[in-house]
Design a binder for this molecule. Structure first.
Ligand code: NAD
Ligand code: MN
Length: 364
């Protein structure tokens, strides 16, 4: 029997509610099979750790998780600590430290979800957004001088490298090729940003020659927001820069019904380091600690984690259980217009997976 070693990092806010829920689902799954087991190790990094130690995670923290098979992450973000400290001190430290350069964000309208686009059939919206996850606008290059003085100046420099753009473009073409429609949209802003984004366009043309069976087109990022709403079925796989894809994927999540449903994987395609799976939402200060968080985004992230481990049948079983639960509106959390709690949704998914304990409880 294979034992997968999983690091869980709940982080802050509702991350502390949804990551244990995700772990429960993985445990329920493992209890129904002899094929694999999980060995979890939890890390209490985040805002509370910062209050005690002055850092979001230990300096040598990456070494503690380097040998894991995967990481399940919640959220970094604390009401009392500036966001750039929490984000750079934890999530980006892991993404960059493990060179997880491909951020993959699938979006679909799950059964039972009342999505806001009224002229869009559920099957019209089936996208995967590939976000460049290691450089670009979030490279961290820049500086600030003369703070507080009238001559104060600040820069955030977007940095693109040929190596960085080529590898994300190749990843996106390969992903598009693996999907039934073999359709890729390359998103840019190469009219206004005339250096790096023009290089991005040129590299797209070059890499496309390696994938003659993939149809592809180009769209400017502003126009693509309108296209997502007006012609959702014209899109399938999408590749965009760190900033552009960050914004587009929140829009995509909202169009699919809720930010609480959307998953993501921060992937090291070369598998030199563990990849990290997380819901795309943040700490949700307005609902944290109340048991109202929708755990579906985390469960879908667990599905991506299982796929990354090569456990495709198990991934399919979890996704089917999640879809059966979303199809039942009495199991919708408040973000979907329902009244179910995080714990109720989690128990329902575990029960559908046939967890022996849940089955015994039902029989009793
Ligand atoms: P957010 O995603 O935390 O919340 C936005 C809105 O969506 C809120 O109204 C929230 O209640 C709702 N929401 C989000 N997830 C939900 C869920 N699972 N169930 C139900 N409702 C949900 O975004 P924000 O308010 O911009 O950010 C709050 C904090 O989280 C900030 O500190 C930010 O930096 C951080 N953040 C972290 C990450 C990350 O670690 N990956 C991502 C985004 C935001
Ligand atoms: Mn984001």
């Amino acid at each position: 029997m294979k034992t997968y070693r999983i690091a869980t990092i709940p982080g802050d806010g509702i991350g502390k509610e949804v990551v244990p829920a995700g772990q429960q689902v993985l445990s329920a799954l493992a209890s129904t099979t002899d094929a694999f087991a999980f060995e979890f190790e939890n890390f209490d990094w985040g805002g509370d750790y910062y209050r005690k130690h002055g850092v979001m995670m230990p300096d040598n923290g990456l070494d503690a998780i380097r040998d894991k098979d995967a990481i399940l992450f919640g959220s970094a973000g604390d009401p009392d600590i500036p966001d750039h400290i929490t984000l750079w001190g934890l999530r980006l430290k892991i993404c960059q430290g493990f060179d997880q350069y491909a951020n993959v964000r699938p979006t679909r309208i799950l059964p039972g979800i009342d999505a806001p686009l009224k002229r869009c059939a559920p099957e019209d919206l089936n996208w995967v957004i590939v976000r460049e996850n290691s450089e670009g606008e979030y490279a961290g290059v820049g500086g600030r001088v003369h703070q507080g003085h009238p001559i104060e100046a600040a820069t955030d420099v977007s940095m693109m490298t040929r190596a960085g753009v080529e590898r994300i473009m190749r990843f996106a073409f390969r992903l598009a090729q693996s999907r039934p429609r073999k359709l890729l949209t390359v998103i840019t802003k190469s009219n206004a940003q005339r250096h790096a984004m023009v290089m991005w366009d040129e590299i797209a043309v070059q890499v496309s020659k390696e994938f003659p069976d993939v149809k592809w087109d180009k769209e400017l990022v502003d126009a693509s927001t309108a296209r997502m709403i007006n012609r959702p079925a014209s899109l399938d796989t999408i590749v965009a820069t760190n900033l552009h894809a960050d914004i587009l994927s929140d829009l995509a999540a909202a169009l699919a019904g809720s930010l609480g449903i959307a998953p993501t994987g921060n992937i090291d395609p070369e598998r030199r380091f563990p990849s990290m799976f997380e819901p795309i939402h943040g700490s949700a200060f307005d609902i944290m600690g109340k048991g109202l968080a929708n755990p579906v985004g985390t469960f879908w992230s667990v599905v991506m984690l299982l796929e990354h481990l090569g456990e495709f049948d198990a991934a399919k079983r979890v996704m089917q259980a999640v879809e059966a639960v979303t199809a039942d509106t009495s199991l919708h959390t408040r973000d979907l217009g329902g009244q179910a709690t995080t714990a109720e949704v989690t128990a329902a998914v575990c029960a559908l997976l046939g967890e022996p304990a849940a089955a015994a409880a039902r029989a009793a």
